[in-house]
Each structure stands twice: as C-alpha cells, then as structure tokens.
Design a protein around this ligand. Structure first.
Ligand code: UD1
Ligand code: UDP
Length: 367
C-alpha cells in the first residue's frame, strides 16, 4: 500500500533504537503510513549494533557523533540536522522516544516546523532536574512540545496529568522495551535458559552523574563481592563513553573474575541477562528488562524515574556507595528467600504489545 502520509522516526542512541524498533516494525506492518527512520548517530557503534539487530531501514544518517562531545555540541548538531531533515521530508508526524538529547532535539525541530510530535515513553519523572542529568529535563521539555504522549505506565500518565496534559492526549501503552525483549526472546529461543555452576553478576553503568568517583565506588563494590563469594563471576560490558571507560578499566582491568567486555549486541545482552543470577545497573532500559526476565536488579542510582520496578519488588535503589552496594548484593547472594522474593515479583512494564497500540493511535489519527 502506498501512502502520502509519512511517519518520521528519530533515534540517536542505543536505547532509542531498541525501544523504537518495535514501533518502526509495527508501523511498516500496519502499512497506512510511509515509515522513514532517521538516525542522528549521537551514538555510532552502539547504535549500529541495534540497527543491525532489528534490521531497521535507515533513510537518513546525520552522523553527528564526535569523540567525547559536549552536551551543547550534541544538541547543536542534532537540532540543526533534524531541522534540515524535517524541512526536506515534510513528515506528517515525528516520533521520538525517551529522554536523550536526540529525543528533545527531534521534538523541538518538529515543533519549529509545526509538525505533530509523538513521544514514546512519556511521563517518567524523578522530579529532580539533575538526576538523571540531563535526561530529566530533556524529558520534561519534550513533553512541552508533544501532541501524542505515549505513557508506559499509569504512574507516568499521572505525572503528565499533574503537569496539565489533557487526558485526550495521553495513551497508556506499556513500554516498548518489553516488545523488543519479547521479539528477541522469541528469536533466541532455548539458548536463553542455559546457565553454569557459577553465579554471574551482570553489570552496566554509564550515567553522567555516576562519572568519576561514583563509578570508582561501583568498581570497589565489585572487587569486594568477588573476594567474599568465590563462585561469583562478573560480566561488565563497558559503555563506549570515554569517561566511563577511564575509571572502569583503571580499576578493574586484569581482575581474574571480572570480565570487561565491549558493548554486547542486543540478543547477546538479553542472553547475558537471562543467564545472570543478579544484575547491577544504572541503565534505564535494564531496569525494565530485568524484572521481565525474573532477575533481581540493584539500581546504581540515587533516584529513579521507574519507581514501578521498586514498588513491584524486582528492583532496589542502592545508589553508588560501595558499602551499600556490597551489603545489598551480599544479601541477595546469601539469603535464598530474599532472592526468591525479588526474582518472583511481577514485571510492571507491559505485555510486549505497546508498539501496536502506539501505531494504531497514530495511524487512526493521521492516515
Ligand atoms: C547517552 C544519553 C543517555 C543514554 C545513553 C545510552 C544524552 C545526553 N545522553 O549517554 O541518556 O542513557 O546515551 O547509552 O543524550 N561513544 C562512542 N561510540 C558510541 C557511543 C558513544 O564512541 O557508539 C562515545 C563518544 O566519545 C561520545 C561519548 O561516548 O562522545 C558519549 O556519548 P553520549 O551520547 O554523549 O553519551 P551519554 O550522554 O553518556
Ligand atoms: N544493552 C545492550 N548491550 C549492552 C548493554 C545494554 O544491548 O552491552 C541494552 C539493554 O538491554 C537495554 C539498553 O541497551 O535495552 C540500555 O541502554 P543504555 O543503558 O545504554 O541506556 P539507558 O537505558 O540507560 O538510557
């Protein structure tokens, strides 16, 4: 089917590709709108991995990544490139996801052209402008120019209502992270279940507010956990941010039971989560995926915009103090009943069919 309506889907970083892939694929299946995927390439290799994993059809690549770029450099390059792209493509609507600089720039550039904005994963809030930094503010600013607010949970919907977004502009859909996970688990099949005698701890950390000393504290906690528990092995795929790598490699390289790895492809990372006994992470997406896989996750942050995982009992906010991380991880490694309670908690982020709901709303309204 050909259509004169164009849905422009914008992505810049790894998590946006993972969470927008189900939307792009569902919109292609729906067929009522032409789908154009635009990447700013705020991330290069880490986005390439995800574009390949989901076979995303990239129409435009703005190629803005520069080594160790500042927030202002990313913002300027993304806004300018997206402005040009929207002027050239004249889309019917622009879809952005989450809270990155690309997200905000995509929404703002669309607004400047008076093109309707659809925001996937709308309404998450910590209510602290500096945590996560700058994402909390990116997400709030994006809401100011959004026409279609796709809230993953009722909590996110309530945040938007409190800020005065009309009910008729909000749809509670579930999180498309669970769609991506479902699609990938269906592909990976039985391999997801395999595990060995050792207990694996999977770690990721990259948040800007954790750069430097907090990251060093996380590393200290990992070394102490390996000393205390002989059957523990740590897998740590290290984010490509040079600020992250400087601390992590300096502190952990060469440790016999801590494997520092390059960022994993999505399917490989999903398998790593499935095979982990415990997950330690400051990532947003991992906080959503771990509960869906029945894996307890200790959240290496002071606040979270995803309180649902903590309320459901599958996640616990532990911050970045080495003693606290060590104590809570030790408890999970020693107390089977406590471990079982966290592992059995129910995933609060949806049924894995959020993307179809999003596409159906957009196609009904725009096509
Ligand atoms: C960004 C997002 C953050 C998101 C995270 C996901 C902003 C402000 N931050 O983090 O919300 O949670 O991505 O991972 O939008 N680099 C590479 N190759 C890559 C990716 C990064 O070399 O594929 C290096 C580059 O030197 C780059 C640096 O990492 O300058 C940091 O990249 P950036 O997009 O600024 O990452 P963060 O802001 O840390
Ligand atoms: N992820 C991955 N490979 C890795 C680490 C993470 O595929 O080596 C996936 C993970 O499953 C999740 C997403 O990347 O879906 C999280 O990305 P990130 O932590 O970079 O960003 P955040 O979610 O914190 O914005």
């Amino acid at each position: 089917m050909t259509s004169d309506k164009t849905l422009m889907i914008v992505m810049g970083t790894r998590p946006e590709a993972i969470k927008l892939a189900p939307v792009a694929l569902a919109a292609q299946r729906d067929g009522r709108m032409r789908v154009v995927v635009v990447r700013t390439s705020q991330h290069r290799q880490m986005l390439d991995q995800m574009v390949e994993a989901f076979g995303l059809p990239i129409a435009v690549d703005l190629d803005i990544m520069r080594h160790d770029q500042s927030l202002t450099q990313v913002t300027t390059a993304a806004l300018e490139g997206l402005d040009r792209t929207i002027a050239a493509l004249r889309p019917t609507a622009v879809v952005v996801q989450g809270d990155t600089t690309t997200t905000f720039c995509g929404a703002l550039a669309a607004f400047h052209h008076r093109v309707p904005v659809a925001h996937v994963e709308a309404g998450l809030r910590t209510h602290d402008r500096f945590q996560p930094f700058p994402e909390e503010v990116n997400r709030r600013l994006t809401a100011q120019v959004t026409d279609f607010h796709f809230a993953p949970t009722e909590g996110a919907e309530a945040n938007l209502r409190r800020e005065g977004v009309p009910d008729a502009r909000i749809w509670v859909t579930g999180n498309t992270a669970i769609d991506a996970l479902r699609i990938t688990l269906e592909r990976a099949g039985e391999r997801a279940a395999a595990t060995g005698p050792e207990r694996r701890i999977l770690v990721t950390a990259h948040r800007r507010e954790n750069h430097g000393e907090p990251m060093a504290e996380i590393c200290r906690a990992l070394v102490r956990l390996c000393e205390r528990f002989e059957d523990v092995r740590v897998r740590f795929p290290v984010h490509l941010s040079p600020r992250v790598r400087a601390t992590v490699f300096e502190r952990l390289q060469g440790h016999p039971r801590i494997a520092l790895e390059e960022p994993l492809g999505y399917e490989a990372f999903v398998l790593a989560m499935s095979q982990a006994h415990l997950i330690l992470s400051d990532s947003g997406g991992v906080q959503e995926e771990a509960p869906a896989l029945g894996k307890p996750v200790l959240v290496l942050r002071e606040t979270t915009e995803r309180p649902e995982a903590c309320e459901a009992g599958c996640a616990m906010l532990v911050g970045t103090n080495a003693d606290r991380i060590f104590d809570e991880a030790s408890r999970l490694l020693s107390d089977e009943a406590w471990y079982g309670q966290m592992a059995r908690a129910k995933n609060p982020f949806g049924d894995g069919h959020a993307a179809e709901r999003i596409v159906s709303v957009l196609a009904d309204a725009l096509a």
